[in-house]
Design a protein around this ligand. Structure first.
Ligand code: ATP
Ligand code: ATP
Ligand code: MG
Ligand code: MG
Ligand code: MG
Ligand code: MG
Ligand code: MG
Length: 279
C-alpha cells in the first residue's frame, strides 16, 4: 500500500532487480518436473511411457494455454512443457521472474488438482509434484523454430532409446546395466533393428504421442481473424495509441479454439498449414 511504500523502509524496494526481457523476442517459458524420476517410481509409472501421466501433463498445459492468451503455442514431452509467448507480449511488462513463476505455478496447480481424475487409484501424497520454470528469448522465428525442433528431436532420441532399453529389460529379461551396456554406441538404425528383430516392433508404428510429443496451439478457423500483433510491420513496438487494437486482438485470441495434436513440428508442413501461429 501507499503508506508502506512511503515508509522509512521503502528504500529496500531499490534492491530489486529489474528483469524485463528485451522487446521483439519470442519468449519461451520451459517448465520441468522436479525429481520426476522419483515420482515415476513412487507411483509406479509404466516404462518407458505411462500414458496417463502424459495425459495429465497435457491436461494441465491446455489450461495454462487457455488462461494466458498471449501464449501462441506449447510443446510438451516427458516431464517438460515449453510455452511460447508472442513476441509482442506485454504481460507483466515482460518481467522474466513473473512470467516463469506464473506459468510454473499455474501448471503445478492444474497438475495437482487434476491428478485424482487421471489416477483415481493412486492418491497423491507429499512431496507434491512441483516444476521449475525458466524464460529464454528467441529473437527470430527461425531460432524459435530451431528451439522447438530441438525439443522434438530430444523427444524422439529419448523415446527411441527408452523404448529399446525397456523392451530389452521387460521382454528380453536383461538387467538394467546389461541393457545399458548393449545400447552403448548404437545409432538409431541399430535400435530400430533391435526392436524389429528381437521384439517384432516397428518403431514407426509406436503411438505418435510418444514419438512426437504434444503440440497445443490457438487455432483460428477464419484465417483473417488473427491480424498479427502489437508490433508494427517495421518491427517497432506499437505505441499506446493502438491500445484499442491490442484489446481487439486479445478478444480474438480469447475466442480462438485451443487445439492439441501429436504431430511433427520440425518440418515446414505444420507451419505452412497454420501460418497464423507465428504471425
Ligand atoms: P497483482 O496481480 O498485480 O499482484 P493483486 O490484485 O494480487 O494484483 P496485490 O497488490 O498483490 O494485488 O494486492 C493483494 C490484494 O488482496 C490487496 O488488495 C489485499 O488487501 C487483498 N488481500 C490479500 N490478502 C487478503 C486477505 N487475507 N483478506 C482480504 N483481502 C486480502
Ligand atoms: P530434475 O529434477 O533434474 O528435472 P528428473 O528426475 O525430473 O530430475 P528429468 O531429466 O527431467 O529428470 O527426466 C524426467 C524423467 O521422467 C525421465 O527419466 C523420463 O523418462 C521420466 N518420465 C517423464 N514422463 C514419463 C512418463 N509419462 N512415463 C514414464 N516416465 C516418464
Ligand atoms: Mg500483493
Ligand atoms: Mg532435468
Ligand atoms: Mg525433471
Ligand atoms: Mg525433464
Ligand atoms: Mg498479487
Amino acid at each position: 500500500s501507499t503508506s508502506m511504500a512511503n515508509s522509512e523502509y521503502g528504500y529496500v524496494r531499490n534492491f530489486e532487480q529489474w528483469d524485463a526481457l528485451p522487446p521483439s523476442n519470442w519468449i519461451v517459458v520451459r517448465i520441468d518436473g522436479r525429481g520426476f524420476s522419483k515420482l515415476c517410481k513412487k507411483y509406479d509409472f509404466e516404462k518407458p511411457n505411462d500414458k496417463r501421466a502424459l495425459i495429465l501433463m497435457n491436461a494441465a498445459a491446455i489450461e495454462v494455454v487457455r488462461s494466458l492468451v498471449d501464449i501462441v503455442l506449447a510443446y510438451g514431452q516427458s516431464d517438460e512443457y515449453s510455452f511460447v509467448f508472442h513476441e509482442s507480449t506485454t504481460l507483466f511488462e515482460r518481467r522474466a521472474a513473473k512470467l516463469a513463476t506464473t506459468v510454473a505455478t499455474a501448471f503445478t496447480a492444474e497438475y495437482c488438482m487434476q491428478w485424482s481424475s487421471v489416477f483415481p487409484d493412486k492418491p497423491l501424497e507429499r512431496p507434491f509434484p512441483t516444476s521449475d520454470g525458466r524464460c529464454v528469448c528467441y529473437p527470430k522465428r527461425k531460432v524459435l523454430r530451431d528451439y522447438l525442433s530441438w525439443r522434438q528431436a530430444d523427444c524422439h532420441i529419448n523415446n527411441l532409446y527408452n523404448t529399446t532399453f525397456w523392451n530389452m529389460v521387460l521382454k528380453g529379461e536383461m538387467g538394467n546395466a546389461e541393457a545399458e551396456q548393449a545400447l552403448k554406441g548404437t545409432v538409431a538404425s541399430d535400435k530400430n533393428e533391435i526392436l524389429f528383430s528381437r521384439f517384432g516392433i516397428n518403431y514407426n508404428n509406436e503411438p505418435l504421442i510418444y514419438r512426437k510429443g504434444t503440440v497445443i496451439y490457438r487455432a483460428y478457423d477464419d484465417h483473417n481473424a488473427h491480424d498479427g500483433n502489437a508490433s508494427t510491420s517495421d518491427g517497432k513496438v506499437a505505441d499506446p495509441e493502438s491500445r484499442t487494437q491490442m484489446e481487439k486482438e486479445r478478444k480474438k485470441r480469447m475466442k480462438a479454439r485451443v487445439v492439441l495434436e501429436h504431430v511433427d513440428i520440425i518440418g515446414d508442413a505444420f507451419w505452412d498449414a497454420r501460418p497464423y501461429i507465428l504471425a
